[in-house]
Design a protein around this ligand. Structure first.
Ligand SMILES: Cc1cc2nc3c(=O)[nH]c(=O)nc-3n(C[C@H](O)[C@H](O)[C@H](O)COP(=O)(O)OP(=O)(O)OC[C@H]3O[C@@H](n4cnc5c(N)ncnc54)[C@H](O)[C@@H]3O)c2cc1C
Ligand code: FES
Length: 284
């Protein structure tokens, strides 16, 4: 039975910086000990709206990068796409404001023990957790190719310093306003073949992850997907974040992406059953 990440703590996190990057806000928070236990793929759940707010549900955000050194002590970096009440409230916090943050939550990306040729694929703000991952893989001697896609140029989060930690960076946009015209999945076969990729790491919308899994199946590649299903509690209590997942015993169970994920083995997710309970599911 899965449980909440045992390293999770609740902190008053101080905003150290808040910078606009294209359509996003790159925010840095002082979190002390949380930074040391955060791994690429983990996320945090933040209380939004202030003490008297009616926004009772915490909002989940992937940890972009964590650092346990420096003058602020431990820090985590987040990339916020302001669109609803909670994310807009968070993006409008000023330096020295504090927020109530729980983390690190969820599973993290598996890091190979030997150097491998890794392909990292992000859609929209799904690129956030891939930069910390790229740095770790590079430090382990891996070749790291990255492809980032979005609907238009302004929605691609690809900061300059992020480009330094990858061997190649490919951009795609649905409207052709930057990089290749099309979807990330259109670019993958050529990149996999040219770079002889051995493993895919991905984060983005469910439809994108599903199309990546079809390509991973074709090329017989391992695919670790960060499944960012809508979450209400973020700690395994409410069951709003479930997806059908085939376990090692072959049985399909509705599994909570907040504690069994967000990082899951893409081959185990029953992608075409999103929003439904497949007939073969245990207990259905
Ligand atoms: C693991 C994870 C990582 C994420 N990382 C990032 C990131 O790095 N950057 C980023 O900008 N966003 C990220 N998101 C998305 C972000 O959490 C949502 O966009 C969030 O809802 C924004 O809140 P809001 O108030 O602005 O939007 P709103 O859409 O107004 O908030 C809606 C609220 O309702 C909840 N909700 C919506 N649909 C459902 C549902 N079907 N079941 C239960 N509850 C629901 C949401 O969780 C949220 O609490 C991530 C989400 C997850 C799950
Ligand atoms: S968000 Fe509540 S169980 Fe996953």
């Amino acid at each position: 039975m899965s449980a909440i990440n045992p390293r999770a703590v609740q902190v008053k996190a101080e905003v150290i910086s808040n910078k606009r990057v294209g359509s996003y806000h790159h925010m840095v928070f002082a979190v002390e000990g949380m930074a040391q236990s955060a791994r690429p793929g983990n996320f945090v759940a933040i209380s939004v709206g202030g003490e008297s707010s009616s926004l009772v549900l915490r909002r989940a955000f992937a940890i972009c990068r964590s650092t346990d050194k420096g003058s602020a002590g431990g820090v985590v970096e987040l990339v916020i796409a302001p669109h609803g009440q909670g994310s807009m409230w968070l993006a409008s916090r000023n330096v020295h404001d504090t927020v109530d943050m729980v983390g690190p939550l969820g599973t993290s990306f598996g890091i190979p023990t030997e150097p491998v040729r890794a392909l990292l694929v992000g859609g929209g703000y799904g690129s956030a957790p891939l930069f910390g991952l790229a740095e770790l893989l590079k430090a382990r001697g891996c070749r790291v190719d990255m492809v980032l896609g979005a609907s238009s140029a302004a929605k691609i989060y690809a900061p300059l310093e992020g480009k330094r930690s990858v061997s190649s960076m490919t951009l795609t946009t649905d409207d052709g306003s930057a990089g290749l015209h099309g979807r990330v999945s259109d670019a993958l076969p050529q990149l996999i073949e040219a770079n002889e990729s051995e493993i895919i790491y991905s984060c983005g919308p469910m439809a994108m992850l599903q199309s990546i899994q079809a390509i991973a199946d074709k090329y017989q590649l391992i695919h670790q997907a960060s499944v960012e299903e809508s979450m209400a509690c973020g700690i395994g209590v409410c069951m709003t974040c479930v997806v059908p997942l085939r376990g090692a015993d072959g049985i399909v169970r509705m599994s909570r992406t907040c504690i069994d994920g967000p990082v899951m083995d893409g081959a185990d997710v029953i992608w075409d059953s999103k929003g439904k309970i497949p007939a073969e599911t245990w207990g259905a």
